[in-house]
Write a protein that binds this ligand. Structure first.
Ligand code: TRP
Length: 335
């Protein structure tokens, strides 16, 4: 029998504020799948976080379910990973409030994501946008994880989570496990196809390949991908001088399993004109089964409902234990 108690706990979430793309898949979900057996895993759709920016209700609902279907279609087995929707586990909101009272105004003011988003949405700089890191700390600390796999952009929030956990523990004793961020190596980052100096993201759609995108659109984006304005026209891995080619090579390597040396040999003497569509085709083939399986799952509403219900039950059991302990420590009367 498996001894789940001995496994380290891993937790992460993605906001269903946009459609999932190749960066989410190669940079996050694919790694989650690979770690299924090694860890006790919790992955959730961070729907509560999305409303810090105004959302269209129908789109939010569609994307949340689609994200769940995509997690499964990417290979995350819901029998082995706890997959749930954040708003289904009310302990997130409750611990979020508590932790807001242990997070300092100054700390929140220093968050670069807050500075970015508040300058982008000047008309809606709301309290949730500001206190978002306290909710994120609650998301994490409820499950007492050892590791939190996140991208570079979330490192600051993870560090704040550690500070808040330590602050709380120093007042009340060891309530929270202080988690470690788990940041994949630089190579695993997928950059925009239109400019390899920014991370692939939905905000630059022409540089972004969505998991549900049609093959012809994917091919178009790869054919137009920025390579480098060197005269060499040669497929060689050189991150500093040829970041566009390096990005395409790392995508190709990730979807085919080939090494950089193998790729250089494969395209020796070919130039970018042959290389770019080859990467496109490999991505199309890698995404095809994911897209088809997602479409199939989305038609099976009863199955998806079963997955998110049982995920929420499992998550809630753990989350509730932590929340009860917190309430007791801070002096709330037990009902
Ligand atoms: N803030 C993360 C993002 O925008 C999403 C997120 C919310 C998250 N809660 C989390 C990630 C807890 C890891 C753990 O990408």
């Amino acid at each position: 029998m498996e001894n789940t108690a001995a496994k380290k706990v891993m937790l992460s979430g993605i906001q269903p504020s946009g459609d999932l793309h190749l960066g989410n898949y190669l940079g996050a979900i694919k790694n989650w799948v690979a770690r299924t057996d090694e860890f006790d895993n919790y992955y959730f759709m961070a729907d509560m976080h999305t409303i810090t920016v105004r959302q269209n209700p129908a789109d939010l609902r569609r994307r949340t379910l689609e994200q769940l279907a995509q997690y499964i279609a990417c290979g995350l087995d819901p029998e082995k990973n706890t997959l749930f929707i954040q708003s289904h586990v009310h302990q997130h909101a409750e611990l979020g409030w508590v932790l807001m009272c242990y997070t300092m105004f100054g700390e929140l003011s220093r968050m670069t994501q807050f500075k970015d988003k508040s300058s982008k949405h000047k008309e809606n700089v709301n309290g949730g946008l500001f206190t978002y890191p306290s909710l994120m700390a609650a998301d994490i600390l409820l499950y007492q994880p050892d590791f939190v796999p996140v991208g570079e952009d979330q490192k600051q929030h993870c560090e704040l989570t550690r500070d808040v956990a330590q602050r709380f523990n120093s007042i009340y004793g060891d309530v929270f496990k202080v988690p470690e961020p788990y940041i994949p190596k630089a190579g695993a980052r997928v950059m925009s196809l239109t400019g390899p100096d920014t991370k692939m993201s939905k905000s630059i759609p022409e540089g972004c390949v969505f998991l549900m995108e049609k093959p012809e659109d994917i091919m178009r984006k790869f054919k137009r991908a920025i390579t480098d304005c060197d005269t060499e026209n040669c497929v060689r891995f050189d991150l500093a001088n040829k970041p566009g080619v390096a990005n395409l090579m790392s995508i190709y390597a990730a979807v085919t399993g080939k090494s950089y040396e193998e790729i250089e040999r494969e395209f020796e003497g070919c130039g970018y004109g042959k290389f770019k569509p080859a990467v496109g085709e490999a991505v199309v083939e890698a995404l095809r089964p994911i897209r088809e399986e997602t479409e199939r799952l989305l038609k099976d509403k009863a199955y998806l409902e079963g997955v998110y219900r049982s995920g929420a039950e499992k998550a809630e059991y753990v989350a509730n234990k932590t929340l009860r302990k917190v309430y007791k420590k801070i002096g709330f009367v037990a009902r």
